[in-house]
Design a binder for this molecule. Structure first.
Ligand SMILES: CC(C)(COP(=O)(O)OP(=O)(O)OC[C@H]1O[C@@H](n2cnc3c(N)ncnc32)[C@H](O)[C@@H]1OP(=O)(O)O)[C@@H](O)C(=O)NCCC(=O)NCCS
Length: 206
């Protein structure tokens, strides 16, 4: 928490109003040129709802469109609990310019035995097409390899979602194959493309 406050002061960004318990002292804080990747808090519900209510954002992800702000609160409670239990690691992505929380990104799961994790992300449609997902994912991969000492980071995207595949490619992740009918998404079995980056790929590609 102390380091988050120091950074926000340096960036002249408003201090978070959330419950201090939402900002565990050991929660990582990543900064990129345009973004801050920080612990999600319950106070992000309003910003989250603004974009998670958009059916185009949830079209190819495992979660359902948020119909009310209560859905956004439940979602945040879920990721905060998962962050605490270390089952996954989800960052809130904050735009340094507008200070808005504009997306989430992180590891859906971390397999500590095999040093593998799966990356996932979604961003507000207002911010698409500006290279922000790529900027955030690059930071996540660097953090995963350098700090978490992962050996392999995977990601999957629906075959109908080429923008997501492109984000992973731009970050140096390689396409490994198709997982046929891997998920039952919004009423249909969907083929997923599996991407991955290895620690040893990084010097060449990331
Ligand atoms: C996928 C998503 C994260 C991309 O975010 P973004 O900030 O727009 O991504 P970037 O700007 O960094 O890069 C997008 C790339 O996809 C490309 N792209 C966009 N639409 C595309 C399409 N229909 N076909 C092919 N490429 C496409 C862009 O041109 C860009 O590549 P370029 O830089 O080579 O031109 C965003 O659209 C999103 O949040 N979608 C909803 C949630 C989601 O689907 N998450 C991923 C689940 S696997």
């Amino acid at each position: 928490m102390a380091s988050l406050i120091r950074l926000l002061k340096r960036l002249e960004m408003p201090l978070p109003k959330g419950d201090a318990a939402d900002f565990p002292a050991d929660f990582p804080l990543l900064e990129t040129q345009r973004l801050l990747l920080r612990a999600p808090t319950r106070n992000d519900a309003r910003d989250l709802f603004r974009y998670a209510a958009d059916p185009l954002v949830s079209r190819y992800v495992v979660w359902q469109r948020h119909e009310t702000i209560a859905d956004s609160r439940r979602f945040l409670n879920g990721v905060i609990a998962e962050n605490r239990s270390k089952g996954g690691l989800t960052f809130a992505v904050q735009d340094k310019n507008s200070h808005a929380m504009i997306g989430t990104l992180g590891f859906n799961w971390i397999d500590n035995e095999n040093h593998v994790a799966e990356a996932g992300y979604s961003f507000s449609r207002e911010y698409w097409g500006k290279g922000l997902a790529t900027e955030a994912l690059r930071a996540l991969l660097g953090f995963g390899f350098d700090t978490l000492k992962l050996n392999r980071i995977e990601g999957q995207c629906d075959v109908r979602n080429p923008a997501s595949g492109r984000v992973m490619e731009k970050c140096g992740m390689r396409r490994e194959g198709i997982l046929r009918q891997r998920y039952f998404l919004k009423g249909v079995y969907t083929d997923m493309i599996l991407y991955a980056a290895l620690k040893n790929d990084t010097s060449n590609d990331l």
